[in-house]
Design a binder for this molecule. Sequence first.
Ligand code: HEM
Length: 413
Amino acid sequence: MNDCPARPAPELFTWEFATDPYPAYAWLREHSPVHRTTLPSGVEAWLVTRYADARQALADSRLSKNPAHHAGTANAKGKTGIPGERKAELMTHLLNIDPPDHTRLRRLVTKAFTPRRVAAFAPRVQELTDRLIDGFADRGEADLIHEFAFPLPIYAICDLLGVPREDQDDFRDWAGMMIRHGGGPRGGVARSVKKMRGYLAELIHRKRENPGDDLISDLIRASDHGEHLTENEAAAMAFILLFAGFETTVNLIGNGIHALLREPEQRERLQRSLAEGGTELLETGIEELLRYDGPVELATWRYATVPLTLGGQDIAAGDPVLVVLAAADRDPARFPEPDVLDLARSDNQHLGYGHGIHYCLGAPLARLEGRTALATLLTRLPDLRLAVGTADLRWRGGLIMRGLRTLPVEFGA
Ligand code: HEM
């Protein structure tokens, strides 16, 4: 598969690549669809870029999520992409385990994280959204990442979990530290992860004594009814909900608004539809924004447990396999005109939320937040525009996530 194409393989993980990885992914899809590469951390891994292979890999039980299967575990760092993650601490979360443990934990959290709970949360998401926009609406300019996309999901998930309001700004600071450095474990990041984890362990303890109407209390209750959720598992679960639900949603809002500001026809179409009270274009539009420039560029780590063949490529047992969702979702073999943003796109089975048993648990919450954020912003600030040229925008260069560092905008006179 890696044999001598006309053009040399593009350089991956450079600054240009972080800004616009799509041309490189198009090349890989065509010339080396299951591609061996050395990651910036020095770890070697396979990148899977075609839609059909990606979907197959995400559902393939021969690919384990357990880092113990990695042939080079001794040298590999940050395998789930969670900065500051340390072996014994947070390992027992959903994205690091296989059945039957995964099945048991996922069942427990699904009992607590119900569609009813998410639906009941809609008014609070709207209130948070409005409050954040109130903070800059009169100013004529804002950085939509720092003032909007970043705080909204952190306050939302804190509320849902049952973190008291007076403690939520601490979470905002810890999460800010994690996202700013978004990559390898550095001092500040590791400290923030530790503080967050310590806080959650204590909160779980308090909720056990004094349960409330919140997700953490429901997680504890689910474990108290004959099934087994240890305190460590509960803390790891709360942490993964926070972690998996935070930066992803920041990027859904940031990347989504960015794409709409660059495609004025699509954005006007959405604004017209919202003004007429329509919700259909908003619903298909969020899915299209996830496909077109989604928050999760690569699915989290998987490891071959046996020798296997994927997309015609032999993969050895112990090799890491990274499914490139951003490449699969632009595969012309699956999506007509994949590089075109079409908010009304139908038959849009994108992989932005993954596929198979690890399919995103928080998709209903992400959709709620994404729809509320975009609809409210475009309605309240109808003439929103970028304050800098797109070439001046900086993307965070992490391995797993794709998102902007800042999104300076102007509006009003
Ligand atoms: C899993 C994407 C928001 C919780 C995943 C996966 C993807 C994803 C691609 C699968 C990863 C893999 O297979 O390696 C997204 C996107 C989001 C989003 C694009 C926002 C737009 C959320 C939210 C929450 C959440 C808001 C929770 C509050 C989770 C959890 C998993 C997961 C717990 C692991 C599920 C498992 O392993 O069984 N997400 N996510 N996500 N997501 Fe999300």
